[in-house]
Structure formats: C-alpha cells, structure tokens
Ligand binder design. Sequence first.
Ligand code: CP3
Length: 343
Amino acid sequence: MTVLEDSAFVRACRGLPGSHTPVWFMRQAGRSLPEYRKIREGIPMLESCRRPELVTEITLQPVRRHNVDAAILYSDIVVPIAAAGIDLDIVPGTGPVVGTPVRTAKDLERLRPITADDVDYVAESVRLLVAELGATPLIGFAGAPFTLASYLIEGGPSRTYLKTKAMMYGEPELWDALMSRLAGITLSFLRTQIDAGVSAVQLFDSWAGALSEADYRRHVMPYSADVLRGLLDAGVPRIHFGVGTAVLLEAMGEAGADVVGVDWRTPLDVATKRIGPDRAVQGNLDPAILFAGWDVVEREARRVLEQGRSAPGHVFNLGHGVMPETDPDVLTRLTALVHEVTG
Ligand code: CP3
C-alpha cells in the first residue's frame, strides 16, 4: 500500500490544508478526448478494461493533458460483475446491458463471489500505473451494491428502477441475498485495487438518488456501509458519490465515507451542513456549464470554490461525469483556474 499522503488530493480528502484545492473530473478518461477515441478504435469497452497496457495509457491521457491532481483507474463498475460470471456487455451510447437479468434465487447462482485472481488484470493495471504516476495519486473505484443491483435486475439502464424497487420492497430475502453478494464482490474488487497501490477509492452509488431517505437507510445503506467499513483498516480515503442525493447526503456520510461526492443540485455549503463538519466534500460544477462559454465557467467555478470553503476539505470536481461532447480544452483551462485561484 502506498497512499500518497503529501499530495494535495489526499490531504483534502483527509480535511487537511494543502498547497491548493485539488481537481479531478469524473469520466476524465473517455470520449471527450480524441486520443481516447483513437486508441479505443475496434476494441470493445470491456475488452479494453482487461488489457493493462491499454488501461495504463488511457488512464494517463487526461493526467498529461489537463494536469489534474489525481488519476482515476480506467475500468467500469460492471467489470467485477462480468468477472463474477454474469453475461453482459457495455453497449456504446447505452451503457451496461445484461444478457439474462437476475430476478430469482436461481438467477443469483450465476453471480459468484470473486477473488483477486478473477480480476488480476486490474491489479496489474494499478501496479503499472502507480509506477508511471509517481507523485500523482491514483483513485480506484467500484459501483455500490444498489447501483450494480439496478443493472442486474433491470437488465440495463432504467429511468424508473421499477423491477429493482419491486424486488426491494416485495422480496426482502432475495434482495438481502443479492445485495450481500454484491457487497462482497465490491469489497473484494476494491481490496484488490488497494493492495495493488491506489491512494483512494470512490464508491459510485450513481442511481441511489431514486430512493427516499427512509428506503435508502433501510434497504441500501447497510450494504454500502459494510463495504466502506471493510476498507477502514486499509487507511485509504473513501469517497462516496451519487447523483440526485440531496436528501441522502447525511446518510451517505454516515455510511462511512471520508469524502461525500455532491452533484450540482446542492450547493457545497448546504451539503456540508447536512453531512456534518467532520467530512470533506467533492464536487460539484454542473457538467453542462462547460458548454456555456468561458466567462460562465469561470464565474461558476469560483462560486463552487467559495462554497467549498465551508467544508474541512474540498476536492474540486464536476457534479457528475464529463459529457462526451465536452471541449477538452475547457477542462484544461478549468484545472489551471482552480490551481491559480486557490494556490
Ligand atoms: O475517467 C473515468 O471516470 C474512469 C473510468 C470510468 C468508466 N466508467 C469508463 C467508461 C468510470 C469511473 C466509470 C463508472 C461507471 N460506469 C458508472 C458510475 C459513474 C457515473 O457515471 O455515475 C456507471 C453508472 C457506469 C456504467 C456505464 N458504463 C455507463 C452509464 C456508460 C456510458 C454508456 C455510453 O456509451 O454513454 C458506460 C461505458 C463507459 N464507461 C465508457 C467509459 C469511458 C464509454 C464507453 C466507450 O468509450 O465506448
């Protein structure tokens, strides 16, 4: 384990003062970069995640280009699910699509627990990256049990999470078995990345915002808390993120995060009041603002920085991932602006 404690990023995660406010962008690697589109030509998404040299190059692309303060491992939340035996594909423009959805106890047999050997290419990618990155921290990540369950049960992306919620409310034993199995897979996937040398991890519960606070606390939070608690002794900062989570922020902090990721709907000072004074925040410029012209980007970035000062630590980011159509030069300029304003 090699947590880069002196980096601006890790210090902000720990709520310690640093040389400047660190910046990285969710989905900084990917289709906004022409060099990414070129290197991915003809290689399916999941296949690309299993080639350590390619993973290393794609992960490094945005670090070289934007001068961000952290790299995020190029992979996907469904990689460990595929390694666990589920037949799935990542369809361009759609997202993860599951061949046969998991809806019964019998279906659950197809979701095996995983060991480090099942994702050895991920550990190898992390080792290669840590060697290349030097003083720049690498963030590992995984999908949280609820967000993964939604893909498995629905069979693909969903707007209503109807089948997921039907199982959650109507078949509590099956729900518990599925969520427990997913928590184990997620913990194992994150442990593998930590053992190989990542400096922090982010748990993506992207779609948890579909739930009320009461249902989140009752049906989802215990499983995410198991994952986060299972990482406590590893000593790496743990970031917990979801979209549309205004009413869940307090619970997501309580689930065991060191840093709570906030989307653009909740100002960071308001978020900090809800989360409490002992956790750092990450976020939260609306990714759409990057399309509005530089003056607007600068004004809004300064507002986010100002509101972020109310938390013990602030990691500057977008409120969700970089859109594929984003002009990458705006991200480079935005990174420089945050460094300049806070340095
Ligand atoms: O730079 C990074 O952020 C690192 C890589 C990363 C990817 N997926 C690569 C990827 C990360 C952190 C993820 C996480 C992920 N994957 C999440 C959580 C983050 C979030 O956005 O809320 C989710 C929900 C997924 C599932 C998924 N995979 C979706 C919704 C999509 C987009 C589908 C599309 O084509 O619009 C993917 C595919 C995917 N994952 C791409 C990348 C670079 C695009 C695939 C391509 O380039 O063809």
